[in-house]
Write a protein of this length. Structure first.
Ligand code: BTN
Length: 280
């Protein structure tokens, strides 16, 4: 396992070793993570490994987990710092066969699954559109969805999920330390990593099945219950420009509607919401 010795406050000799056997034991899913589970001690990025496996034909529900990543990726070209032993770094191969336009909806579906899993630990997670998971306004996890598709359908999608489970404050990058947290830090006690992973997979399977059944409306309703930006002034960084306005609502396809101060409504398909405060 990882070389870092965890500080006493979060190292409670938890059953911590990520192995296919440990993950499958007590796993309550029907198919997700039940067949192929690939555990790395260290890997460049679980999304990269998953992409390789998917191209080789790996089945839907294949799970790739790592104890540490050397080049974990986040959205918009950012890196995802992945210290050994304390976080969860996983990728799930899915083959929804739907139109590529549905990909952002898949990210929102994963957000609901992660938030639901966190809720089961007794905490109150928040979702920040489109892919951030927060607790008390600090980032605790993120989702990176990547896919291979043609004009008509997704061949496969990789759901990459990173969660700071028992990550210590000094393991978080200095640049984000005041903006980030971990489940353990927020709860004030360690969270068993494998147990949390099993809960997460169970939630993911259920919400993904809703997604495949076309029940995105229900997913969106739940997403809005966890939402932390609607009704607030947000600053959205887009590829070419920056937009400030009030985050009004999510459309039925999951795009964010932001009204600027001139009253114009902007439909945001992909962007980075970096700042928000209550509407004046
Ligand atoms: C973000 O918040 O920008 C998304 C972060 C996603 C990180 C996870 S960790 C597992 C998977 N492998 C990666 O390289 N990235 C995702």
């Amino acid at each position: 396992m990882g070389s870092k010795i965890m500080s006493p406050c979060l190292d409670q000799r938890l059953p911590n070793r990520l192995s296919p056997h440990a993950i499958k034991e007590h796993l309550r899913t029907r198919w997700l993570g039940q067949q192929a589970v690939c555990c790395f001690d260290v890997v460049e990025s679980t999304n990269t490994a998953a992409n390789r496996l998917a191209r080789e034909g790996a089945a839907e529900g294949t799970l790739i987990v790592a104890n540490a990543q050397t080049s974990g990726r986040g959205r918009l070209g950012r890196s995802w710092v992945s210290p050994p032993g304390s976080g969860l770094y996983l990728s799930i191969i899915l083959r929804p066969g739907c139109h590529p336009d549905w990909l952002p909806r898949l990210t929102l579906t994963a957000g609901v699954a992660v938030a639901s899993a966190i809720q089961q630990t007794g905490m109150r997670p928040q979702l920040k559109w489109p892919n951030d998971i927060l607790i008390a306004d600090r980032k605790v996890g993120g989702i990176l969805t990547e896919a291979v598709f043609d004009k008509r359908r997704i061949d496969f999608a990789i759901l990459g999920i990173g969660i700071n489970v028992n990550t210590e404050r000094d393991e978080l990058p200095i640049s984000v330390r005041s903006l980030a947290t971990s489940l353990g830090l927020s709860l004030g006690k360690p969270v068993p990593r494998i147990h949390f992973l099993q809960t997460l997979l169970h939630q993911m399977e259920q919400w993904y099945e809703f997604f495949c059944a076309g029940a995105f409306e229900t997913i969106l309703e739940t997403w809005c219950e966890f939402d932390t930006i609607l009704g607030k002034v947000v600053e959205v960084f887009l590829p070419e420009t920056r937009l400030v306005g009030v985050a009004e609502t999510l459309e039925s396809d999951g795009t964010l509607l932001v009204r600027d101060k001139r009253g114009c409504l902007h439909s945001i398909i992909a962007g980075d919401v970096v700042h928000c405060r209550l509407e004046a």
